[in-house]
Write a protein of this length. Structure first.
Lengths: 280, 681
């Protein structure tokens, strides 16, 4: 009973973060589908997808539209960071070096070592807190990916503009970086990220928390004991307790989540097929 | 002009001079008549009476006194009055004058016909010279033009008088006589006067005429002596003996003025043939094939005016069955000599010569008695019918297609779908290329033959007959100019455009296909093209991106180091700007054929690629290992949790049986009481 709708839920993600994640899923899947179509244009799959998007030309429009969506997501997130810095933390220092920081710190190193020990049966499960090191890794992978893929993507979108400054062969370099970084992003998200958050047996088949923002308190207690204890200690737990969503909302969320997961897996299969059997 | 008359005149003049009794000296006349402005009157009209003394002196009448011709001035006071009588040529040339008076021309003069020619109209007046003098208008070479002044098409005589022949001058100039005279300059070749006489021109119905039926032979044999011996076989026999009155005259066969276009009266021969061959049931005794000829076929055919025996040669008119002496089958080349030669050298002709049953002869394409010209819509050789005609043997499964061992298949179907086929068959453009435009009609040869119109060496010329401008560009391109400098096979039109499946160059299929066409020779560079954006997008069926020809040009393709190349330093930017409007010189530095597989040529691409790939592989190894290690632990956690839940459920059931109150409060320390959503969106 991982998701007992009747139980008390702990709210882990703000509504904005959830919204941004959904928008990013839509944008990322669109970018991945249309982009891989171009990258693996020599496979039959690519031709099928190009037709699915109404020809390559409109696939290109989808790609650029989704890119704009991604950039907007990025900008919104950065704006939100600045706002929360002002409202909740007061300074960048507090945000960056505080206990809930997204940056890697000594605690992460300890937890990482603890995790490896736990994996190998040489220690208990670390008492993970607000953000685990793999969650931070996911976050920065995306952050870095957006900068790298986004900037090279703009170069490819407006080559005439960029070659006023950089030499023409930069476009060739940008192509390689854009394409391989995208491959990394797609491959990582649809395998490692999917496992870490959804497919690992504790969460299988899907962790809805990123969509609902809430998880059963029991589950929270087991998953993030560090954070739980911290909140209890500070007496702030109550602030985060909420009613679960009604079943109809959960059904809709599941439908969306499964669709995204399926598309992700299909893309991975396609990439593996293209790399192994049709690579050139 | 007759010499004895001149001698007589000279003698007479000498006598007069000796006697010193000359009434007027020529010099006296010329005193006035040398004045170019001098005019006189005749029948109320003002005319010039100028006499060119120089011409008179060089004329054959140089020593004749003016008054000898202008006889009415004899002894008159000078200056004399107007309205002289015409010069009296007859006073010397009396016999000629008599002949002329009886001739059509003379009769017309007597009738007062203003168009009728007088002596001076043909011979000139004061400047008259002998007929042998090349300057004379009646010199042999000039006679046709002299007569033609009145007897050419459009002249008043030809229009307003009854003349039974038309296009006389044109026909004559094309005839063997005209050719001899006018082209070869043989002054012994007959001119108008040779047959019609100079002065005794009469109607052909006049028994005295040189062209009267009875006199024709005599007229012709003036030159064609012993022609009867040559013609004996035609005129001997029954016709000669039994139908004397139907004895043919020369002109029955050799039309006047058209003597080369031999004209055999159909009534004479064909009717005899049709006596038997009009019978629809007529069959050959050997073989039993039908020998019937439908008269309509022949009369509507191109050969309507050709008689049977012209094609079916070897007939003997003297026999009852004139055809029994025919031993040869019809040889069209006896008239169509040039075409015949072409055919004999062609694949079709060679097969026929080898007595191969598959070899088509003339009639397979052109038909027999019902033959029509290629401009006739009903003809099998009319442009829109040609593909069907060739298809009868060359369609898949037919005899020619079975023999064929080359690479072209379904040619008829492909042609019909091609731009040429659609132009011809769908749009009905008869100028569109069809089979014979490329393969020729009569010199059809296999591609391998160096003389073939579709031999790679000749293809540009063949296509260039219509696509001339393209051929011109191609001839200057690297593909053409390398001839002799490389041993590699160079592409000609059909290597890119195909032979029978030619499409419009703006057709999507053609655009996407061109890379494989260029790639057949330029293998490496095409592969690397597909590594770039342009190539990848093309591969997905997008036609608006740069293809080979967008940058390199199509027919005018030149190496990049040629200043005229689209990719030369001067032109490359313009080439990029065709699509990339804002492109700069730096933009043109984009590597359109870059590959990250070549560390020597493109080191930065190579290392970028491997740097990125290492990052990718590294990340996956770390992430993957982490996941693999994690899995057993996570599975263990799940099992423990499931077990705990099952136990809790079992306990709840037991409890539920004991006391039916709702038991549970899944116990966090603080019970939630309607918490709103505290987050700020």
């Amino acid at each position: 009973m991982a998701h007992d709708p009747k139980g008390v839920h702990f709210e882990r993600f703000t509504r904005l973060n959830r919204t941004l994640h959904i928008v990013m899923i839509v944008s990322f899947l669109s970018l991945a589908l249309t982009g891989m179509t171009l990258k693996f244009s020599y496979t039959g799959w690519a031709r099928f997808l190009a037709r699915f998007f109404g020809g390559f030309e409109s696939a290109g429009y989808v790609h650029r539209l989704a890119a704009v969506l991604m950039i907007v997501t990025f900008a919104t997130h950065v704006t939100d960071l600045v706002r929360r810095k002002n409202r909740e933390y007061g300074s960048w220092r507090a945000l960056i070096f505080g206990p809930d920081t997204m940056l890697f710190n000594g605690k992460d190193l300890k937890e990482f070592i603890g995790s490896i020990k736990w994996f190998l049966g040489k220690g208990p499960r670390p008492r993970y807190g607000r953000w685990t090191y793999w969650e931070k890794f996911d976050y920065f992978a995306v952050f870095w990916g957006m900068l790298v893929i986004g900037s090279t993507g703009l170069m490819l979108w407006f080559p005439e503009l960029f070659t006023r400054i950089v030499p023409g062969w930069f476009i060739n370099v940008a192509t390689i970086i854009h394409s391989d970084e995208a491959l990394l992003a797609v491959g990582f998200i649809f395998t490692v990220h999917f496992f870490n958050t959804h497919l690992r047996p504790e969460k299988f088949p899907m962790d809805l928390v990123i969509f609902t923002g809430r998880m059963p308190l029991e589950e929270f207690k087991a998953d993030k004991p560090g954070e739980y204890e911290e909140l209890v200690k500070r007496g702030e737990l109550e602030k985060h307790l909420v009613e679960p969503y009604p079943p109809i909302v959960l059904r809709a969320i599941r439908a969306f989540g499964y669709t995204a997961l399926t598309i992700g897996f299909l893309i991975v299969l396609w990439i593996i097929y293209a790399m192994l059997f049709a690579y050139r | 002009m007759r010499p004895n008359r001149i001698l007589f005149a000279l003698a007479f003049a000498a006598v007069l001079v000796a006697a010193g009794v000359r009434a007027q000296e020529n010099s006296e006349c010329l005193d006035c008549h040398e004045d170019r402005e001098l005019t006189g009157k005749r029948n109320g009209r003002t005319i010039s009476v100028f006499v060119d003394a120089a011409k008179l002196r060089s004329s054959i009448h140089a020593s004749v006194d003016c008054v000898q011709c202008h006889a009415d001035l004899e002894g008159k006071e000078l200056p004399h009055e107007d309205d002289l009588k015409p010069a009296a040529c007859g006073s010397c040339h009396d016999d000629i004058e008599a002949l002329h008076a009886k001739s059509l021309h003379g009769v017309a003069i007597a009738r007062g016909d203003p168009l009728a020619p007088r002596c001076q109209d043909c011979h000139g007046s004061h400047e008259v010279v002998g007929a042998k003098n090349a300057r004379s208008p009646v010199a042999p070479l000039r006679v046709p033009f002299l007569c033609g002044k009145c007897h050419q098409e459009g002249a008043p005589v030809q229009r307003q008088r009854t003349i039974h022949q038309d296009n006389i001058l044109e026909n004559f100039s094309e005839s063997i006589h005209g050719e001899g005279l006018l082209k070869k300059g043989l002054i012994v070749a007959p001119n108008c006067a040779s047959c019609h006489t100079a002065h005794s021109i009469l109607r052909h119905t006049d028994p005295a005429s040189s062209i009267a039926r009875a006199n024709i032979a005599k007229t012709c044999t003036q030159c064609h002596a012993e022609i009867e011996s040559v013609h004996r076989k035609v005129i001997k026999g029954e016709l000669w003996e039994k139908e004397v009155h139907r004895l043919p005259a020369c002109v029955d066969c050799h039309q006047p003025h058209k003597v080369r276009k031999v004209f055999y009266d159909q009534g004479m021969a064909d009717k005899d043939c049709m006596r038997c061959h009009a019978d629809a049931a007529l069959k050959a005794s050997a073989g039993g094939r039908s020998l019937a000829v439908r008269p309509d076929d022949l009369s509507h055919s191109r050969h309507a005016k050709v008689s049977c025996s012209q094609c079916h040669t070897g007939v003997s008119l003297s026999r009852v069955r004139a055809c029994e002496t025919i031993v040869q089958s019809v040889d069209c080349a006896s008239c169509h000599a040039e075409v015949g030669q072409e055919y004999q050298a062609s694949m079709h002709g060679l097969l026929t010569a080898k007595k191969d049953a598959n070899g088509p002869t003339c009639k397979e394409c052109h038909g027999t008695h019902a033959i029509l010209g290629k401009t006739d819509r009903g003809s099998a050789t009319f442009p829109t019918n040609v593909p069907r005609l060739c298809a009868s043997c060359h369609r898949e499964g037919e005899k020619a297609a079975k023999r064929y061992k080359g690479t072209q298949h379904d040619i008829i179907e492909h042609y019909t779908e091609s731009i040429h086929g659609k132009g011809l068959m769908k749009s009905g453009l008869t100028v569109t290329a069809m089979c014979t435009n490329c393969h020729t009609a009569h010199s059809v040869l296999p591609k391998k033959d160096p003389a073939s119109s579709v031999n790679p060496k000749n293809i540009p010329g063949t296509c260039g007959r219509c696509h001339y401008g393209i051929e011109e560009q191609y001839e200057k391109s690297v593909h053409a100019t390398l001839v002799g400098k490389t041993k590699k096979e160079l592409p000609v039109c059909n290597d890119c455009h195909s032979a029978h499946t030619i499409r419009r160059a703006d057709d999507t299929g053609f655009k996407l296909d061109i890379m494989t066409k260029c790639g057949r020779c330029h293998e490496k560079i095409t592969e690397s093209y597909f590594d770039t954006y342009h190539g990848k997008v093309s591969q997905l069926g997008y036609t608006k991106t740069a293809k080979c020809y967008d940058c390199h040009g199509s027919h005018d393709i030149l190496p990049a180091d040629d200043p005229k190349s689209h990719l030369s330093r001067e032109n490359v930017l313009k080439t990029c700007q065709k699509c990339h409007k804002g492109a700069t010189r730096r933009f043109a530095g984009y590597l359109t054929h870059a590959t990250h597989h070549d560390p020597k040529k493109y080191p930065f691409l190579f290392y970028t690629f491997w740097g990125m790939t290492s990052l990718l592989i590294g990340t996956f190894i770390v992430g993957g290992l982490h996941t693999v290690l994690w899995f057993p632990r996570a599975l263990q956690l799940r099992r423990e949790r499931d077990k705990a839940e099952r136990e809790a459920e079992a306990a709840a059931e037991v409890e539920g049986e004991a006391a039916t109150e709702p038991p549970e409060n899944p116990g966090p320390p603080d019970t939630p009481e309607g918490k709103g959503e505290a987050d700020g969106a």
